[in-house]
Design a protein around this ligand. Structure first.
Ligand code: HEM
Length: 281
């Protein structure tokens, strides 16, 4: 068992489980980033409810929110890092039972970004978990607080302004779609955004601004594809080039990878900390 508070040991163990040849494009990184974001993205600045503190995605109704489909896999992949099933048989394999789920999920997102070539994200521990025995309905954010990919710029602003983000931060955060892919059985959409879904990069912005995106011809929900139908964009992704205030930042990040890495690190660090009680010194 690691020493309580040894977050570097947890980071190293997260990095060690990422490679998984039979999962998607061979890495758990993208789905772990999505877990960290969805755990945090329920925050409402006005009522100061939601956010990563509490790790309430373990409980209904949050666990059943359609937006969280597939994240049960991400949570299960992290379980052995906290509570190894075979610990009683192999005590040396006992890992980090002292870490809260809320810290683990957010730290796993941070460690994944860094392992996939992204920037160092500011991250602080201190989240606590609601207990399954004593959690109250009021502790769990209602479903419907995460964005709906079928909508446009107004909806995107409504969701992210509610958390306290600016247009620039919204665009920077959206650059995480350089990673991973959509799965029809989870969201109804299909395909990756970039040719390198396991590599954190500014490719999402480069592709948004250079590809001739067209509506995919299929029976599924409206999504956009490149002429070879290999890559995809959601309607909310397209909103970032259709809305002039968003588009300005898309073009900046397409040209300037360092600016994107710097702004993403700041915005993602802020996202993961929303609603986490911090004592002021
Ligand atoms: C995947 C929607 C913002 C990170 C997805 C998927 C959808 C989606 C529909 C596919 C889920 C699936 O089928 O598996 C949206 C919408 C957003 C948004 C509508 C905002 C308007 C973000 C942000 C981040 C993020 C802010 C992180 C900072 C990811 C990642 C994946 C993903 C890494 C890939 C997951 C995987 O490969 O399993 N998103 N997203 N998204 N999203 Fe977002």
């Amino acid at each position: 068992m690691s020493r309580s508070g040894d977050y570097d040991a947890v980071r190293a163990d997260v990095a060690a489980i990422l490679k998984k040849p039979d999962w998607d494009d061979g890495s758990l990184g993208p789905v772990l980033v999505r877990l960290a974001w969805h755990a945090s993205g329920t925050y409402d600045a006005k009522s100061r409810t939601g956010g990563s503190n509490g790790a309430t995605m373990r409980f209904k109704p949050e666990s059943t929110d359609g937006a969280n489909a597939g994240l049960e896999h991400a949570r299960a992949f992290l379980e052995p890092i906290k509570t190894p099933a075979r610990a009683c048989l192999e005590p040396s394999k006992t890992k980090h039972p002292w870490i809260s789920y809320a810290d683990l999920w957010t730290l796993a997102g941070v460690a994944s970004i860094e392992a996939m070539g992204g920037p160092k994200i500011p991250w602080k521990p201190g989240r606590t978990d609601k207990s399954p025995q004593t959690v109250k309905a009021a502790d769990i954010p209602p479903n419907g607080r995460l964005p709906d990919a079928s909508q446009g710029a107004k909806h995107v602003r409504d969701i992210f302004y509610r958390m306290g983000f600016s247009d620039q931060e919204i665009v920077a955060l959206s650059g995480a779609h350089a990673l991973g892919r959509c799965h029809t059985e989870r969201s109804g959409y299909t395909g990756p955004w970039t040719y390198t879904p396991n590599r954190f990069s500014n490719q999402y912005f480069v592709l948004l601004t250079t590809v001739q995106w067209q509506k995919k011809k299929w029976d599924g929900p409206e999504q956009y594809v490149d002429p070879d139908d290999e890559l995809m964009m959601l309607p909310t992704d397209m909103a970032l080039i259709w809305d002039p205030a968003f588009e300005k930042y898309v073009r900046i990040y397409a040209k300037d990878k360092d600016a994107f890495f710097r702004d993403f690190a700041a915005a993602f660090g802020k996202l993961l900390d929303l609603g986490v009680p911090r004592t002021k010194i």
